[in-house]
Design a protein around this ligand. Sequence first.
Ligand SMILES: C[S@@+](CC[C@H](N)C(=O)[O-])C[C@H]1O[C@@H](n2cnc3c(N)ncnc32)[C@H](O)[C@@H]1O
Length: 292
Amino acid sequence: MNNATDLRATVREEYGAMARAGSSCCGPSTSSTNGCCAPAANPDALAAAIGYDAKELATILPEGANLGLSCGNPGAIAALKPGEVVLDLGSGAGFDAFLCGPKVGTKGQVIGVDMTPDMLARARNNLIGYTQRTGLANIEFRMGEIEHLPVADASVDVVISNCVINLSTDKPQVWREIARVLKPGGRVAVSDMVLLKPLPDNLKNAVEAYVGCISGASVVDDLRRMMINAGLATVRLESKAAYVAALTAGDDPLYRNVAAALPPGTTPADYITSMDIRAVKPAACCAPGCCP
Ligand SMILES: C[S@@+](CC[C@H](N)C(=O)[O-])C[C@H]1O[C@@H](n2cnc3c(N)ncnc32)[C@H](O)[C@@H]1O
């Protein structure tokens, strides 16, 4: 596997190409295969299969905001309330950010952060369609890395993210950043790919599987440990087997190659799942005498 700097550059390059193509199925240009991050030849069908509301998609989402790059539905587990501040890590073309906007309303705010200039340009361009459809102007997209968030301490009510943290080359740092920017009592509502057990070495080192949100995924116990070490509490990790079935359905080249590289008699679903990842940043002073 390449070093962390090379990997990050590759991730940025590949997602930049997807943003320019406007589809997940452009395939990693540096790989020998024609894989996709998500097997979403039809992004709307994938969204429906992972629990998005077709009416919300039709009425809120600007054209081209759903690139079929998602592996879950973080907005559905975020229990957003009007007036809340939401931060979307790796916001891509703005898919989840746009769907969260009406939920937090005029007094709320959604901030999307992404490190890929072409994704950011696409998301910002989509803001016009969002405002036309909803009458709202409560979303902004910021350039940045999720390991160094361009967001103030203790300023966010809910951190969401959809199929992004697996792509980070420094995941403990991402979880520390999440804990830093959350207000005391703030919530984590993240969807991501997670490993049920370590992948065989041949897959661990495959760049296309890394860009495709598979080989960078954390093993579930490591994920829990990173979250707790960052200071988060009430960690709840829930496997969404139906989402994985939707992601692996069809004849996506990435999953076909992954399946071929696994030991005989095993399938991708034996190793990898999509998880709903929830946690809370404990209130600073939860009991008398607990303040420093
Ligand atoms: C699989 S796509 C998901 C996009 C979006 N969340 C969605 O569901 O449509 C991953 C996104 O994360 C961004 N990304 C990957 N690693 C990142 C990092 N370390 N910091 C910021 N953005 C990152 C990529 O540029 C890309 O837009």
